[in-house]
Design a protein around this ligand. Structure first.
Ligand code: 5RP
Length: 267
C-alpha cells in the first residue's frame, strides 16, 4: 500500500485496530434531522471522543473549526432526498480534488444493492475507488441505507458488504444483525457498524456494538443513537469504552449512568 493511503487509514483506524467514527451527514438527504438542526452545536462536545467525523463539505465548512478537528471522512454521494422519488438514485456530488482541498482522510459513498439503481451506485463506487486510489484516499462504502435497510439480515448485508469490498472499498459501513460473523467473515476489508434510527434503550445499543465487535467488526460509524440521546456525551463515552476499552455492555451502561448522574447534578 502507498504511504499516503496507509497514513490516511492509520488516522482513521487506531493502533488497537478499532475505530469510532461519528457520522453527522444525515442532512444531505434528511434535511435538519432531530438534534442535528445546528450541526456545530451537536458536533462540538462529541468531537474529543470520536476518531473521525463523517460529514458533507457543506457542514464541514460551515460548522467545524479547521483548527480543532478530527480526521474527516467526506460524504461525496447524494443528489436525492427522502421526499423524492427514489433515495437510491444517487450520484457523486463532490470531486476528489475537493476532497484533497478539504484535507479529507477518506471519502464515503452509499451503495444500494438490490435497488433499481444497484448498477449505477456500484459503478459510482468503482469510479470513486479509481479516483481515490490515484490520490491515496481510501473509500468507505455505506451499505443498506433507506429502503434497502429493511433487508437487514446477514445474507443481504454479507452480500452488499462483499460486493463493496470487491469493488475496492477500503472500509465498509453496514448495520449490525444476528449472526454478524457471516457479514464480517465474508468481507475482506474492515467493517464498521451504523445504528439506524434511535432504539428504545441505551443498553440495546451497547449490546449490539459489543456483539458486533466480538464478531469481527472494527468499530462503529454511529450517529443518531449517540447524538439523539438525551445525554450524548455520556453515550459516546460509553460506546468508546466498548470500542477501544474492551468494556462489556454492563460496564458501558455503568459509564453512561455515571456520566448522566454527574450531568444531572451539575444542572
Ligand atoms: C446516512 C449514513 C449515516 O452515516 C449512517 O447511517 C450512520 O448513522 P446512524 O447511526 O444514525 O444510522 O450513512 O446516510
Amino acid at each position: 500500500m502507498e504511504w499516503g493511503m496507509a497514513n490516511r487509514l492509520a488516522q482513521l483506524i487506531q493502533p488497537d485496530g478499532h475505530a469510532l467514527f461519528l457520522p453527522v451527514d444525515h442532512g444531505y438527504f434528511q434535511g435538519p434531522t432531530r438534534k442535528l438542526e445546528e450541526p456545530g452545536k451537536t458536533i462540538k462536545p462529541l468531537l474529543p471522543y470520536a476518531d473521525a467525523l463523517f460529514v458533507t463539505r457543506g457542514v464541514l465548512r460551515s460548522s467545524v473549526e479547521p483548527g480543532n478537528s478530527k480526521p474527516v471522512i467526506l460524504r461525496v454521494s447524494g443528489g436525492t432526498s427522502m421526499v423524492g422519488k427514489d433515495l437510491a438514485n444517487e450520484g457523486i456530488t463532490t470531486s476528489m480534488e475537493e476532497a484533497v482541498r478539504l484535507n479529507a482522510s477518506a471519502v464515503g459513498i452509499s451503495v444500494f444493492v438490490g435497488s433499481d439503481y444497484e448498477k449505477e451506485s456500484l459503478l459510482n463506487l468503482a469510479k470513486l475507488v479509481d479516483d481515490g486510489e490515484r490520490y491515496g484516499i481510501p473509500v468507505m462504502a455505506v451499505t443498506a441505507v433507506g429502503k434497502e435497510m429493511e433487508k437487514r439480515d446477514a445474507r443481504y448485508l454479507a452480500l452488499a458488504c462483499r460486493i463493496a469490498a470487491e469493488l475496492g472499498a477500503r472500509v465498509v459501513k453496514t448495520y449490525w444483525c444476528e449472526h454478524f460473523e457471516k457479514v464480517t467473515g465474508g468481507c475482506p476489508v474492515p467493517v464498521v457498524m451504523a445504528g439506524g434510527p434511535q432504539v428504545d434503550t441505551e443498553f440495546e445499543v451497547f449490546e449490539f456494538v459489543h456483539d458486533g465487535i466480538q464478531k469481527g467488526s472494527i468499530g462503529v460509524n454511529l450517529g443518531r443513537n449517540i447524538w439523539q440521546n438525551e445525554f450524548p456525551v455520556a453515550m459516546i463515552k460509553a460506546i468508546r469504552a466498548i470500542v477501544h476499552g474492551k468494556a462489556v455492555s454492563r460496564e458501558a451502561q455503568e459509564i453512561y449512568d455515571g456520566e448522566k448522574a454527574g450531568k444531572a447534578k451539575q444542572s
